[in-house]
Design a binder for this molecule. Structure first.
Ligand code: ATP
Ligand code: MG
Length: 314
């Protein structure tokens, strides 16, 4: 039986209810919503009934407990979340611009999850897991990078697999050591899940076809390219599958890539045909955008089946 692990930031998201540029004026807000790309990812895995765990840190405050309670409810093993009595849980303020882009104000590095160090307890937890998912956003601080690379090494050495979603945010791309860490993770990756242009940050080639071929030649087994409301594509050395997106009303796009990725990894590990796996992931990404709050749109398998049945193969 497989068990999926991720390591990284847990935070709350607080969202401006009107559009505009950033936070240099008073704006109406809604939240806190449980968040953090690794947390959204693992919550979606748990909701699908797949065994899974997260290693992270939160403060002993309501923002921390809103996350722990939600993850527990959705079936995630939270024994690797350390609650720091003297810590504060991370936060992100998000405001959508008129052009559909987003501005963020993050408090991650100075929050409880700004340092995630492994202990005997979390090392033992890592050794119960068979798959490690790395979120690029989680490579924001040296101690977290070390913890992630340790987990990747241990799980690979025991015959497990690694997936990697670069999930890059310009606000955190220039954290110390982040670019090197991204390359190290890529060299251990079995399943790579960039969104759109991120592919070209990891390949020399200038066209998608060539970039995919270049990365597959380096030993990556499968690549999934996420394309927002345009759908997604799957590539391995023998197969290519392209799907357009399901038609849904987009309320809040944050978390789509995380839910998509979680669903892809969960079904991929079951050994299902890539076209079928991509269909479930595509449905999961679509459902994710229909709810306000990044984790609120995570789906059960029954909900994914219902969307697939209602709209066919997209
Ligand atoms: P984020 O990091 O902001 O969560 P991402 O860039 O990693 O997002 P996206 O490409 O935005 O990922 O979304 C992932 C997948 O979710 C898409 O490939 C698609 O299958 C689905 N999806 C996203 N937005 C929509 C939408 N508006 N309508 C239908 N499906 C969508
Ligand atoms: Mg993403």
């Amino acid at each position: 039986m497989s068990k999926i692990l991720t390591i990284g930031e847990i935070l709350v998201e607080i969202v401006a209810t009107n559009r505009g540029n950033g936070f240099r004026e008073a704006v109406p807000l809604i939240g806190p919503f449980p968040s953090g790309a690794p947390a959204i990812f693992i919550d979606q895995v748990g909701k699908l009934g797949q065994e899974c765990a997260i290693i992270s840190r939160v403060g002993d405050d309501d923002f921390g407990w809103v996350n722990i309670n939600r993850l527990t409810e959705d079936g995630v093993d939270v024994s690797g979340i350390e609650v720091l009595a003297m810590g504060t849980t991370g936060s992100a303020f998000v405001r959508y611009r008129e052009d559909g882009g987003r501005n963020f104000v993050f408090n991650i590095r100075n929050s409880a999850c700004g340092e995630i160090e492994l202990s005997d307890k979390t090392l033992a937890l890592i050794d119960t897991c068979t798959h490690m998912h790395v979120m690029g956003t989680a490579l924001y601080a040296p101690s977290v990078v070390t913890s992630i690379l340790t987990a990747v090494e241990r799980i690979k050495a025991a015959g497990g697999t690694v997936s990697f979603d670069p999930n890059l945010r310009p606000e955190i791309l220039d954290s110390p050591g982040m670019r090197e860490a991204l390359q190290t993770v890529l060299s251990k990756t079995d399943l790579f899940m960039p969104s759109g242009e991120e592919l070209f940050l990891f390949a020399e080639a200038k066209t998608e076809k060539e970039a995919v071929a270049e990365l597959l030649a380096k030993g990556i087994k499968a690549i999934v390219v996420k394309r927002g409301d345009k759908g997604a594509s799957y590539f391995d050395k023998d197969t290519q599958v392209d799907l357009s997106s399901y038609k849904v009303e987009e309320i809040d796009p944050t978390g789509a890539g995380d839910c998509f990725g979680a669903t892809f990894v969960t079904f991929w590990l079951k050994g299902m045909h890539p076209a079928e796996v991509l269909r479930y992931a595509n449905a999961s990404g679509a459902r994710a955008v229909t709810k306000a709050g990044p984790m609120e749109g995570a789906s059960t398998r029954a909900e994914l089946d219902a969307l697939i049945q209602a709209q066919g193969n997209a």
